[in-house]
Design a protein around this ligand. Structure first.
Ligand code: NAP
Length: 415
């Protein structure tokens, strides 16, 4: 978001925090004016191209995109400078500028002021957390100061003959405080260096356990990690982070950063319902939210849980066994299996269409919050299913969708 008027002395420059960015390419794909680009190290924003539309901000899974610095209009941070950063420039620079702006004779141009307010007030810009979400702590342990956790468990979740090797990892923080909420992520720094001799970047994983710990009242978290053995085009590749994590043994020490994420958080008010839509390991935050609600069942707070969960086959489904055992009056589970021999391929969006009446009722319910997590590819299919369901009920998804976002009822985390 950069000053649109050439006469402006100061501008609010839109940047990407290299410490938190997970290099998922979502922002570059989203930017309508091609202002975002990347090299092998960083994602960056071109000052002269960014028009401040903020389209890239809500889809960013980590919030790294929501970074801003005041700069002199004639001296913004160049693309080359941003490529070389391990950290954002110090914010004390920003404070200095704010002081000088306040004291300057020349007022901040209206357009800059409006864009700045939009960035901070969430007017069609940054995603919002549900009003009743608990307070998230963010970036308590940056990559420069990670916390050491101990592995207390590593269990394979998928069948031995399944094509995906998915692990449930439990990390214990001992006496170090590590407050984390359902829907947040943590970073893990694999040991060693990359091909350029630089320390590996952190890898982010959604927490799969509820806020009071995988084991209640222990200072621990669980993760759901799939061993990456091929790239998006199916070529063999050994994922550095996922293989490191999946091979961890009990007692191993791990460098952890975070927590991250301040909006993909569950509502806490009595009567709030949750619709969860996920594929594969995108089930991690859904498992955390479900477990939080399961442990509080005796509070009789009301609200429904509806889950749409896509996987290749039952044997490939993380948490299949425990999920099957949950009572139907606690959670309404809808599985979609895509590779079961002899059965037609089914995706979550097919199951959503089959449950159109239920989905429509939940879309209408101001106390229902919707979460989508998993493969990037499913996002368009799910949105199309919502569009069809709205149309069938004489409503318009393009009107409803912004309302859901503005009310913090619609949360997407896809990679
Ligand atoms: P996967 O096993 O490859 O796929 C899961 C299911 O999604 C399969 O049934 C697959 O069907 C189906 N699918 C493929 N394309 C689809 C589409 N366009 N629409 C709807 N369904 C589709 O999944 P995965 O490898 O576990 O991937 C999960 C994703 O979640 C990853 O991108 C990961 O980065 C992300 N994620 C992980 C975490 C975490 O903490 N681990 C957190 C957040 C997000 P096919 O048979 O057609 O392949």
């Amino acid at each position: 978001m950069n000053a649109p008027a050439e006469h402006a002395r100061l501008a609010r420059q839109h940047l990407i925090d290299p410490e938190i960015c997970i290099r998922c390419n979502t922002c570059e794909e989203t930017c309508p004016v091609d202002a975002i680009t990347h090299d092998s190290l960083n994602y960056v924003v071109a000052f002269d191209k960014c028009n401040g539309c903020l389209a890239c901000v809500p889809p960013c899974p980590t919030g790294a995109i929501d970074s801003w610095r005041n700069v002199e209009f004639v001296k913004p941070y160049s693309i080359e400078e941003q490529f070389s950063w391990d950290l954002l420039p110090d914010t004390t620079e920003l404070d200095g500028f704010e002081a000088s702006v306040a004291g300057a004779d020349e007022a901040i141009p209206d357009e800059v002021q409006q864009l700045t307010e939009a960035a901070t007030a969430g007017q069609g810009g940054p995603a919002l957390a549900p009003w009743s979400a608990a307070h998230p702590y963010v970036n308590l342990y940056p990559p420069a100061r990670p916390v050491t956790a101990t592995v207390t468990g590593n269990f394979r979740l998928t069948a031995e003959d399944a094509s995906s090797d998915i692990h449930h990892i439990v990390l214990d923080f001992g006496a170090t405080p590590f407050p984390v909420l359902e829907g947040q992520s943590i970073g893990i720094i694999p040991p060693g260096t990359d091909a350029n001799g630089k320390p590996h970047l952190l890898r982010m994983y959604s927490v799969a356990s509820p806020r009071e710990g995988e084991r209640p009242h222990y200072n621990n978290v669980a993760l759901t990690v799939k061993r990456v053995t091929e790239d998006h085009d199916g070529r063999p590749v050994r994922g550095v982070g996922s293989n490191y994590v999946c091979d961890l043994k009990k007692g191993d020490k791990v460098q952890v950063t975070g927590p991250y994420g301040s909006t993909f958080l569950m509502p806490n008010h009595p009567g709030s319902s949750i619709m969860m839509i996920c594929t594969g390991t995108g089930s991690a935050p859904m498992r955390a939210m479900t477990e939080r609600r399961r442990r509080r069942r005796d509070q009789k707070e009301g609200g429904e849980l509806v889950l749409f969960f896509g996987a290749r086959a039952p044997s490939e489904l993380p948490y299949f066994g425990p999920l099957q055992k949950l009572p139907q009056d606690f959670i309404d589970i809808n599985f979609a299996f895509s590779r079961v021999p002899g059965e037609p391929k089914r995706y979550v969006q097919d199951r959503i269409r089959e449950r159109a009446d239920k989905v429509w009722a939940m879309l209408q319910d101001e106390n229902c919050y919707i979460y989508i997590c998993g493969l990037k590819g499913m996002e368009a299919g799910v949105l199309e299913a919502f569009r069809d369901i709205c149309r069938a009920h004489g409503a318009d998804w393009d009107t409803l969708h912004p309302r859901l976002l503005a009310n913090a009822r619609f949360h997407v985390e896809t990679y």
